[in-house]
Design a protein around this ligand. Sequence first.
Ligand code: MN
Length: 272
Amino acid sequence: MIGAWCFLDHFLPAVEVEGMQVAAHPHTGLQTVTWLFSGVVHHNDSLGSSQLVKPGQLNLMTAGRGISHSEVSLESNEILHGIQLWVALPDKYRNIAPSFNHYQDLPQLNFEGVKINLLTGQLLTERAPTQAYSPLFAAQLDFSHDAEIELPLDKQFEYGFLAVDIDLFVDDQEIEVGAMLYQPPGEEKVTLKIGSAGTLIIIGGEPFTEEIVMWWNFIGRNHEEVTEMRSEWQEGSEKFGTVADEIGGRIPAPPMPNIRLQPRGSKRKRLG
Ligand code: MN
């Protein structure tokens, strides 16, 4: 984990494919953040939300005690390229009512010639309106040419630096395309160096001190709780509602593994 960020899916097709089509499936105890670099995704959920998300916009789904949704990429001249992140909800908030937010306009900054889109949290004078339940940060940095910048950090936060489409250096440590560098708390600034135009995602947050059990699309606190969530989805519990979409159907949960699910937490120190 990096702060409450507990999952990051960086998706793009390697070859020409049919696109993304994910039928209705449940979530609990987390928020999903969908952010695209190119392409279009159509989100439908059990609250009745039906929302397109395009580059520069952010879809935020707060599962709370339970929600279901489907995701489909639409035909576009551009390939589908983006990230979906999951945020673990602290115990105090993990059973709140589900909700969905679409952010059409998020703060943009120009920092020493680098274009920054602030997805969540605060940077310099800007604060994103994105609803968060723990101290979090996420931003996209677009370099239009080779550059070296020094960006302020929050000393309380740990960070992850994702090289989206180009190799880059974080405090002189090289990150290859597609990799993420983990940085523990305690730093007040970071030097980012890039050899040509390219994009970088930074995520951060205060270390999440609660232990979580994450399995399939659920986040609970122990094995029994996740087993119960799975049963509720399989049995069509009302807590997940129904999704009206063009795909139809729903994704059944995989069988539980024949081991006891173990918690993960802030102990894991490195990703990627
Ligand atoms: Mn999902």
